[in-house]
Design a protein. Structure first.
Length: 132
């Protein structure tokens, strides 16, 4: 299903208000990651990036988990910085759960709510939520 370009422009305009600090302020995510540069990069440069929001919405419309729209980019970024010490580690289940919360936070602005969790094919993630 293709998105209407005119509607997409209206939708993406609100991305400007989504910030990493707002995410942690409004979320029950572990606050120790609030100062982590890896978590910040994943939120601000991948998950809340306009092109990836569109990919997540397309994944939802196709009946797939939203994370499928940006999971490869997240994993590639993490693999490229593995040697840099950081709190945020995709081998840690709590970090993967925070990514899921980041996705939900961004998509909530567009009227989407997490639905059931299903298995996905990924290097680090075993499951991800579909959205309705």
């Amino acid at each position: 299903m293709q998105l209407n370009p005119r509607r997409t422009e209206i939708i993406l305009w609100s991305v400007i208000i989504l910030t990493f600090i707002d995410f942690f302020s409004s979320s029950r995510a572990n606050k120790k990651y609030q100062i982590d540069p890896v978590a910040m990069h994943i939120f601000e440069c991948i998950i809340s990036k306009e092109a990836n929001i569109l990919k997540m919405i397309k994944a939802i419309k196709a009946g797939n988990p939203a994370l499928m729209g940006c999971v490869k980019e997240i994993e590639n970024y993490f693999d490229s910085i593995k040697r840099i010490p950081a709190l945020f580690d995709l081998n840690d289940n709590s970090c993967k759960q925070i990514i899921g919360k980041m996705v939900a936070y961004v998509l909530k602005e567009y009227g989407f709510k997490p639905d059931k969790e299903i298995p996905i094919s990924s290097n680090y993630f075993k499951n991800a939520h579909k959205y309705k």
